[in-house]
Write a protein that binds this ligand. Sequence first.
Ligand code: PEP
Ligand code: MG
Length: 754
Amino acid sequence: MLDTLHSIVSAVNKAPGLQEALSLLVVGVKDAIACDVCSIYLLDENARANVLMATIGLDPDAVGKVRLPMGRGLVGLVTERAEPVNVADAGAHPRYFRVTDTGETRFRGFLGVPIIQNRRVLGVLVVRQLQTRKFQDEEVSFLFTLAAQLAGAITYARASGELNAMTGGEEPLHRFFSGQAGYAGVAIGTAVVAYPASDLESVPDRQAEDPDGECERVRRAVREVGKDLRTLQARVGEQLPSEDRALFDALLLMLESESLLQQTEEAIRSGLWAPAALRNTISSHAQIFDAMEDTYLRERASDVRDLGRRLLTHLEHDQPQEMSFPDDTILVGEDISAMQIAEVPPGQLVGIVSAAGSGSSHAAILARAMGIPAVMGVSEMPVGRIQGRHLVVDAYRGRVYVDPTPAVCAEYRRLLEEERALGFEVEALRGLPSETTDGHQVPLYLNTGLVNEMRSEEQAEAEGVGLYRTEVPFMVRDRFPGEETQIQNYRRVLENFAPRPVTLRTLDVGGDKDLPYFPVSEQNPFLGWRGVRISLQHPEIFLTQIRAMLRADIGLGNLQIMLPMITSVGEVDELRILIERAHDELLEEGYPVSMPSLGVMIEVPSAVYQIEELSRRVDFVSIGSNDLTQYLLAVDRNNPRVADLYDELHPAVLRALNMAVEGARRFNRPVSLCGEMAGNPLATILLVGMGVDVLSMSVGSLLRVKWVVRSISRSRARHLLSVALRMEEASQVRQLMKKSLEEMGLGGLIRPGK
Ligand code: PEP
Ligand code: MG
């Protein structure tokens, strides 16, 4: 049965469209489990009915016509329960519902298995038998495996409109994939799928231009990987127990098996380029192992995937693929990285769509810095099938439309025009002071880590740098940068902004920010070794960085140093001693350095509760609302599955912020806020009401936030804050702030259009 599963899966994977995939699947299943009928029903939610989409054994003319109402019959029961229904004699079941136009009444044995994606039932896979028949457990799990395979293809067909065309359902108003807003805006353009090197899962579909050449590339890669494996085997062989040594033989067997090569070559001959053909072969091989009950055999799935990655690395190596980017590129990927964003030539990137991540992950932060509309965490999107598609990105609502209808396109073109007009209005605020209508100054600072990429008029707009993420220049190297290299980096930003203050944050790696040359692998990275925890255990890294900062500041005097991830006062005391040591040593060495002001980030709940003890020890505090929200609400800021729980307008977050601001004020310490919340127009009024002294944000948000500041009085902001602080749910706060912005004529900042 495994071989059969394998061949059905691979045939289905190769099918050009959903209808072909369904037809192949029903035929394959009927043969595999020797039943009389196999049918697939898909749920039409608008019509509240299961529509017969493919069958073998029933009247083929009934396809597309038979619509079983939800809530009736055994197929309806599978949909309601989202569980298999397996009955030996369907007619005897109380939920049996007679459908005469398919010729189905003759059949007695019934097994229906739901097709599910993300807890949502998409349809039902049914097998029938003329005689009474209770299907076996392994037959149920066989259908389950196939149903899971189908689910992805159905989700895609649903979002792309293919499914609607097939079911003859009404054109839905909204056909889109959903995610989280990364940077608000609208984009219309062409999808370019970016995939990380050797990440097989996210290799996109492309046409093979020279199938013979592509087949030869695969054969060469197989030979090369074989050589690598043999070398590895010889090198580690003697240190391994014999059962582990056998692993290499097993891998070699798999690698050199006829089926792997044959299947890949077949896929190439059917039109796919080598990497995508390899992806299909590897995933169908791995899925067979995934479905096994024996844990040892199940583990072999990861060996297969590992082989796939090795092959892909060789494929890429022998012929690096130059990506080409149209002028209206919308970059799409499983987990878009900063490097991938940077690869698109300036001016050609109009939007970003990432299947993983959330509004506060670092790719979103970069998108904001560049002012590019971005939607993150679009987890249902089949990235591999999006290459070259026409997309509309509505990053206000976190929506991505694939090949949208002309009506949707026209509407978004109109909104884009309005956005441009709004952009001109916002542009007119350039150079004006950021002050409330009753004359309170709310200086706006910049968050950066990529100062070179900012235009000078953008730099001129900010009154300082509130957060320079020093890890960014660390991340784009292949080793720790030395003191001199760091000096050049810091000097550039300090000089660019002098005499305006520049806040350099000490290295904040760990969590979701890895250095390729300093891997930290942990079960729970956000609760692990990150920020100053690493600095305290590696004082040599910290001291080098501080020395570089102090030396870069010589003759300028606008440096401020900020410590991330502080959880206890002891950390500040220890790090201050190190900073003083670096300062004294530099003086002894003859450098005329001065002590900069020192601040801590408030981004962990313990720091909020110890705000007074911390304020006493430093010159300023800066609230990192990204991490503070994550730790207060216990929601991973990058996990799309819980992204809807991550909300900086949550009343608990607002109360914590208010407490931190009040605590710091008691010691006359200025408070800034440098998380993404500072750039969110929905939060501006609340932060002004709290009396946050400085808002520090990505460059793309500066003018939008300034517009809000200049449209409200401090006293009105205080009143709205007091109302919000009494609310119980984030949704109520959001409503209140949306309404307030609309009333102030600023609705265009938070939704498409003007
Ligand atoms: C924060 O946590 O709010 C912050 C500004 O730091 P980062 O986003 O770099 O973790
Ligand atoms: Mg942080």
